[in-house]
Ligand binder design. Structure first.
Ligand code: PEP
Ligand code: MG
Length: 590
């Protein structure tokens, strides 16, 4: 039966495919398709890992047998029996074989998929004892996965083996080779990085806000996504057909052929529109009245420099360096690793400027799944971004040295997130001096950098002189500026309706930052999600903004808006919108 679920639209476009339910903690297993000839070897891999775990349990059983009841209570022996029984479970084994043989999933993916299927059955059980066996099943699957990690996959991870099919193919054949959409309760930004290399055509999560970092990474991947879909991961079943309408924030489950055809049409229209925008690739971004606008890219990894160049970006306006730090079980990248990564980004941009932001972890960007910040009541107001860096000078200095060294290879701008206090500015500048001195002492080459501050806390936007005095440029982080001005957690879907870029207070802070920077002859850019939102391009132009940084996939659509705009006339329009009681309604009037 067809039904729909409403969430938040975070990434444009339509995806149609079968649901793959994955628990967030298991997302970082590899997801790729194998070749038909590799099926037997892949099944052997699971079998070998399972046998290794069985042997391990037998060994524990032997040692338990020699212990007295005090050291090894009866329950332990019973638990080991349960684990052995689960490892021989016919449903688990048959299911894993099915996903590998019929769907050509790699072994880890097959195992976690079947785990989700069986876990559902456990959830539905009336008997509390049996229901609790789900945890045991999860444990033994984790152990098999760990055993498989030891034995490397016989095939390399061919992330490119993504199966893409036309709508027509889908209707003709729904058994193999169909696109897949990932459904999870939650995905961390680190999961998303893993996901970036995998085969999914779209994703849905129960939680998350429009500018949560999970949504931001989805947007950067330019694949349809819906977050904040509440109970979606409970309502959708493994393998259900789903449509993700990323523009409307709607998920349609088990669609009828008519609905499927309608969305297939919409999907093709979207592809055509993107094709049309490609024509603007080499057109300079200049308004009708001759105002030049700089369009820059936001990137998460050095390799994203390629998509930035392909989209015609004139540089990187925001390299979120924290993505190099995440999902590493707490082992942070050292100076050499960071230097190589920044250098790859700088060289990748072929002489164009690269703005590297110092690490911004904390809040909804935990370093690691295992160290999620539940210990603090309000992580968004806690030790994140520059606060975290200043609290760990050795880590901060390591990063600063790596950035300074990368600056020897091209134009680098160093950007500092979330500053609010004069004291923080002074400490940051002192650390930069110290990092230079350390490199001098070591006789290591480094380059000069322009220094920039993010304006993303209202306190900063209200003390601009302080910032303009010490920095070469400012970059407005509207995602956080909105979060902190309106006191709503950007990652919390329950307050997502209050997240409003057009709130008069937000507009005032953004407009003042742009105007004051320009008055003092300093560069100012917007690098929050507002910069890539085409419905706001004209307003920002009207406020005097001439530098926008966004996901590469958004650049051409924003350029199209700029080419159609008359900046002189827009200044009046912006003033009207800012004075209006209902700025959104006024903006719609033009
Ligand atoms: C912002 O806050 O607008 C910003 C660009 O930084 P991030 O989204 O990484 O917090
Ligand atoms: Mg921010």
């Amino acid at each position: 039966m067809t039904f729909s679920i409403h969430g938040l639209a975070v990434s444009r476009g339509v995806a149609i495919g079968r649901a793959v339910l994955v628990a967030s903690s298991r997302v970082d297993v590899a997801h790729y398709f194998i070749e038909a000839g590799e099926v037997a070897a892949e099944i052997d891999r699971v079998r070998a890992a399972r046998d290794a775990v069985v042997d391990e349990i037998h060994r524990v059983q032997d040692s338990v047998a020699t212990m007295g009841p005090k050291e090894a209570p009866q329950e332990l022996a019973a638990l080991l029996d349960v684990h052995l029984m689960l490892l021989q479970d016919v449903e688990l084994i048959a299911g894993v074989k099915h996903w590998i043989t019929d769907r050509l999933y790699n072994a880890e993916w097959a195992l976690t998929t079947q785990l989700e299927v069986i876990a559902r059955h456990f959830d539905e059980m009336e008997d509390a004892y049996l229901r609790e066996r789900k945890a045991d099943l999860e444990q033994i699957v984790e152990r098999v996965l760990r055993a498989m990690k030891g034995a490397a996959s016989p095939v390399e991870h061919p992330a490119h083996r993504v199966r893409k099919q036309s709508q027509q193919d889908l209707l003709l054949d729904d058994t193999v080779d169909v696109p897949l959409v990932l459904v999870a309760h939650d995905l961390s930004p680190a999961d998303m990085l893993q996901f970036k290399k995998s085969v999914f055509a779209g994703f849905i999560t129960d939680v998350g806000g429009r500018t949560s970092h999970t949504a931001i990474v989805a947007r950067s991947m330019d694949i349809p996504a819906v977050v904040g879909a509440r109970t979606c991961s409970q309502l959708v079943r493994q393998d259900d057909w789903v449509i993700i309408d990323g523009d409307a924030g709607v998920v349609i489950v088990d669609p009828s052929p008519i609905i499927l055809a309608e969305y297939g049409f919409k999907q093709r229209q979207g592809e055509l529109e993107r094709g049309r925008l490609q024509r603007l690739l080499h057109t300079p971004a200049v308004t009708m009245d001759g105002e030049k606008v700089q369009l820059l890219a936001n990137i998460e990894m050095p390799e994203d420099a390629q998509s930035a160049l392909k989209a015609g970006a004139l540089g990187v306006g925001l390299f979120r360096s924290e993505f190099l730090f995440m999902g590493r079980q707490g082992k942070l990248p050292d100076e050499e690793e960071q230097y190589q990564a920044y250098r790859r980004a700088v060289e990748g941009m072929q002489g164009l400027p690269v703005t590297i932001r110092t690490v911004d972890v904390g809040a909804d960007k935990p370093l690691d799944e295992t160290i999620r910040d539940d210990a603090h009541l309000n992580p968004a107001l806690g030790l994140r971004a520059i606060r975290w860096s200043l609290a760990d000078p050795a880590m901060f200095l390591t990063q600063l040295r790596a950035i300074l060294r990368a600056a020897a290879h091209g134009q680098v701008r160093l950007l500092v997130p979330m500053l609010a206090h004069a004291r923080e500015i002074r400490q940051t500048l002192a650390h930069i001096d110290q990092a230079r001195a350390m490199l001098d002492n070591r006789g290591v080459a480094y380059g000069s950098v322009q220094l920039g501050a993010m304006i993303e806390v209202p306190a900063a936007a209200l003390s601009l002189n302080l910032f303009l005095k010490h920095f070469d440029f400012l970059s407005i982080g509207t995602n956080d500026l909105i979060q902190y001005t309106l006191a709503i957690d950007r990652a919390d879907e329950s307050v997502a309706h209050l997240y409003d870029p057009l709130h008069p207070a937000v507009l005032r802070l953004v407009a003042d930052t742009i105007a004051e920077s320009r008055r003092q002859g300093k560069d100012v850019c917007v690098c929050g999600e507002m910069a890539g939102d085409t419905s706001l391009t004209r307003l920002l132009l009207g406020m005097g903004l001439r530098s926008f940084s966004m996901h590469p996939a958004q650049i051409l659509a924003v350029k199209q808006e700029i080419l159609r705009s008359d900046a002189g006339k827009l200044a009046l329009m912006a003033a009207r919108v800012m004075d209006a009681e209902d700025p959104a309604a006024q903006l719609a009037l033009g």
